[in-house]
Design a protein around this ligand. Structure first.
Ligand SMILES: [Zn+2]
Length: 387
């Protein structure tokens, strides 16, 4: 229904606001309602007219905001839940002449709505700086990625590992993509099912844009990554020349501070049943191991918990350079483990947190040495936050 004549009709991108880590609580993962308030307040500061506000949310998002998420949102305006919220926002602008407040245009929506270039005065976004949150015009075109010549060379091994994803670590724009956390909003994409769509694996890159390795759709930016290390999952395979076993990497993925991930098989977890996986990956349980990275100031601690897997997990500690014998992990107990320690799942699949430095923390000084890891008391297992 169109707004009354004396009101300014506005539609607001709820997901873009509540997941925007540039807004308070700064850097915190997950959706936060106060971020929506800050954007709405900034809008009211900008315009003296009364607004007729429609809040457009991806289906399921209100529930992610809390038990009474619907009611919490409804105090600000009319709530529209939609399976394709980015498209719905643009339809409201086209059909009702609504102003739209959104984080950014999605590439898929931009393709379907070529008219937005002619009506760019309807689109606004927000900035966060020293003076608080401000509403500014949203450009119809994304800024061209910076591509300075040359750049520091990375190691050949690191380059090879990312080349398959379309990532060139020599390009600052691609390193920026790695330093950013992403979300997939595609309905029923298996990568979108965990943590409200937050991508638990590295994105792929096409034409300098981050795309989902699951569904191929362009990803939405969540915000800068917090302290992030890379986890490598590998298996031991016999060499054909009989020279003993060799490590074969199955999967690498980012582990970000305060974003716990579950390793296992299937949707909603970091899935070890990748294309190149050997058949015995079936011995890994669906939800096998919970990994968690905590970063407070310069103290970074990694924790691992076997979630009661069928074939168990074992922990091998590294002491003065050499790896100790793997020790059985008690199910549902949280173990602290050092970078370069190893954990073996179901006696066959190994994982470690690598010491590679190509993802640079943006909010914390990097020393990244195992010396950062200070011993703390072993804690008992607590339930992981439900996704
Ligand atoms: Zn996807």
């Amino acid at each position: 229904m169109p707004a009354a004549d004396d009101q300014v009709p506005v539609a607001l991108d709820v997901a873009g606001a509540v997941y925007d880590r540039r807004l308070w609580p700064h850097g915190a993962p997950g959706p936060h309602l106060p971020r929506l308030e800050q954007v709405i307040r900034a809008w009211h500061t900008r315009t003296v007219a009364v607004s007729d506000l429609v809040l457009v949310a991806q289906r399921g998002l209100p529930q992610a905001l809390g038990r009474d998420g619907d009611a919490l949102l409804a105090q600000y305006g009319r709530v529209l839940e939609d399976d394709d919220a980015p498209n719905r926002l643009l339809e409201l602008a086209r059909d009702e002449g609504r102003h739209v407040l959104l984080r950014k245009h999605r590439e898929s929506a931009r393709r379907r709505h070529s008219w937005i270039r002619q009506r760019h005065e309807l689109f606004h976004t927000w900035e966060s700086g020293g003076g608080g949150v401000r509403i500014v015009p949203l450009p119809a075109h994304p800024p061209a990625p910076a591509r300075p010549p040359g750049g520091r060379r990375s190691g050949a091994q690191e380059l090879a590992a990312f080349r398959a994803l379309g990532l060139d670590l020599n390009l600052p724009s691609h390193r920026e993509i790695l330093n950013t956390e992403w979300r997939c909003e595609t309905d029923r994409c298996e990568y979108a099912e965990a943590h409200q769509g937050v991508l638990l694996v590295w994105p792929e890159v096409r034409d300098d844009r981050a795309v989902c390795p699951g569904c191929g759709e362009e990803l939405d930016e969540v915000g800068p990554r917090r302290y992030t290390r890379e986890v490598r999952v590998f298996v031991m395979e016999d060499r054909k020349d009989g020279k003993g076993p060799r490590e074969r990497t199955l999967l690498m993925f980012p582990l970000e501070a305060d974003v716990p991930v579950v390793l296992g098989r299937g949707p909603g977890v970091v899935n070890l049943a990748v294309e190149v996986a050997p058949p015995y990956i079936d011995r890994v349980s669906r939800s096998h191991l919970l990994l968690r990275l905590a970063a407070e100031g310069s103290v970074r601690v990694a924790w691992a918990t076997d979630l009661g897997s069928t074939n168990g997990s074992r922990h091998a500690q590294r002491k003065s350079g050499s790896l100790g014998r793997p020790v059985d992990m008690t199910a549902k107990r949280e173990y602290q483990f050092g970078f370069k320690d190893r954990i073996v799942l179901a006696n066959r699949v190994w994982m470690e947190i690598t010491d590679r430095k190509f993802v640079l923390p943006m909010h914390m000084p990097e020393s990244g040495d195992p010396a950062d890891i200070r011993p703390t008391a072993t804690t008992t297992y607590t339930e992981p936050p439900s996704a």
